[in-house]
Design a protein around this ligand. Structure first.
Ligand code: TRP
Length: 454
């Protein structure tokens, strides 16, 4: 007997676990956000610091989430309640569910934009437009109210349909197809981009570290980006971890997923910067890099029609495998705690997220003047989740494993009850006891403005 509730779904294969988890990690964070954050923070130097954080902090936090989820075999709230009965640790689980609502609401709004851009690519809508016109095209689209709402709902429904089908027959089945597709599309784009005349300076920008660009804020950006990109701090990986079979190796899974996530972010940089430099455009266009700068490049480049279509499909696929992972956090919670059927739980979760999502979408149009604490609803969801809830969640997750569960239980889970060698334990324990909580506390305090370093 494994002690599992009989009807609990799980991932069926090792590749399925990696596809689903890497699918969660790889998303708008890698393809939309990483290139522009790297672009604004000096390229190569940022990349080096980012890599350091992935290895030193990201992987240990990910392993902590897997440990919690797989030992408890529950949703994020139920996991803490089961491992720490009668103690207030379940509040971290509730915070995770709240963060899932917020992230899903604003993330799906941006994910919906990819559908508009796929549509525009199909009808060749970028053709003949100059940079100024593409800029106003983007702002008038997101400010138009109806179309972004429509695409938001389409994206929500796509997400819900996959989730409704279950863990193995939904999440695993689709991510096993979508992730290889994403890799193929991205490789094709990289090849196109690096073979453009003048591409070399883009590669130099991405890979040649210029340490004069490094400031405290670069370092904090890098840590925040590592958290968001790896999907850590919210219980997504606690939930997915609870579906990983007892015979799988959690350590090597975490390393593979972190590697895949980083590799895709770097490939995204290699698809974007050589093209940006080949067409003499500034690399620090910020959030508009993908939606304004790239269409401008596509319509000037040979084969641009297809590459544009490919790129926005790629972006949509990456976003979809991430939105399903966030919706699953809420659905697993509803199924196990409210005892709902999966279908009813999905409908309830999708419906309630949509209410918040509508407010996020309209934050760029009719509700742009509606401010709470000086933020539009979209910015409030983005800020509260990424800068407050994720770091807080990550902080308490490592503290929980390091100081509450303790070394012995963690080692038992990570070694599959002594069947695997876990020579990394001393190093892992040191990081989650001291280094990770300190580093996270640091970004958190800086993020909310409680400490201020230059
Ligand atoms: N990691 C995803 C991305 O890079 C987004 C994401 C999915 C996420 N699940 C998450 C971020 C949980 C934080 C927490 O696009």
């Amino acid at each position: 007997m494994t002690g599992l509730p009989d009807n609990r779904d799980s991932f069926g294969s090792r590749f399925g676990v990696i596809a689903a988890t890497a699918g969660s990690a790889i998303g708008l964070g890698n393809i939309w956000r990483f290139p522009y954050v790297a672009g604004e923070n000096g390229g190569g130097a940022f990349l080096l610091i980012y890599l350091g954080f992935i290895v030193l902090i990201g992987i240990p936090v990910m392993l902590s989430e897997f440990t919690i989820g797989r030992s408890a075999q529950r949703n994020v709230f139920g996991s803490f309640r089961k491992l720490a009965p009668g103690k207030p640790w379940y509040l971290i689980g509730l915070m995770g569910v709240a963060a899932a609502f917020m992230i899903l609401a604003f993330y799906t709004a941006v994910a919906g934009w990819t559908l508009e851009y796929i549509f525009q690519s199909v009808i060749n809508g970028f053709k003949g437009q100059d940079a100024q016109e593409l800029n106003s095209m983007y702002f008038s689209f997101i400010g138009s109210g109806f179309r972004p709402l429509l695409w938001f709902f389409v994206f929500m429904v796509l997400t819900a349909v996959i989730i409704m089908a279950g863990v193995q027959k939904g999440i695993e089945k689709y991510t096993k197809i979508l992730m290889p597709l994403l890799l193929v599309l991205l490789l094709a784009l990289v090849i196109r981009s690096v073979t453009l005349p003048g591409a070399g300076s883009g590669l130099a920008f991405l890979f040649k570290p210029d340490f004069s660009k490094i400031t405290t804020s670069t370092i904090l950006e890098a840590l925040g980006q590592a958290f968001f990109s790896l999907s850590i701090g919210m219980g997504t990986l606690i939930t997915y971890g609870s579906y990983i079979q007892k015979s799988d190796n959690l350590g090597s899974t975490a390393v593979s997923v972190a590697f895949a996530d980083t590799f895709i972010a770097i490939l995204a940089g290699m698809a974007i910067f050589p093209a940006v430099f080949a067409f003499n455009i500034e690399p620090d266009a910020g959030a508009g890099l993908v939606y304004i700068t790239l269409p401008n490049i596509f319509q000037q480049m040979p084969g641009g029609y297809f590459f544009s279509l490919m790129f926005f499909i790629l972006l949509g696929v990456a976003a979809l495998t991430s939105t399903i992972s966030v919706l699953e956090v809420i659905v697993a919670f509803f199924v196990e705690e409210l005892k709902l059927k999966r279908k009813a739980a999905t409908l309830l979760a999708t419906g309630s997220v949509s209410v918040l999502g509508i407010l996020c979408v309209l934050s760029f149009s009719s509700m742009s003047d509606f401010k709470l604490f000086g933020f539009t609803v979209f910015d409030l969801m983005d800020f509260t989740s990424a800068n407050i809830l994720l770091p807080l969640g990550g902080f308490f997750i490592v503290i929980f494993v390091a100081w509450f569960l303790g070394r012995e239980k963690a080692a038992g889970e990570l070694s599959n009850r002594g069947r695997l060698r876990t020579g990394y334990m001393p190093f892992f324990m040191f990081i989650i006891k001291f280094l990770a909580p300190l580093a996270i506390a640091f970004i958190f305090l800086q993020g909310v403005g409680l400490i201020k370093l230059t």
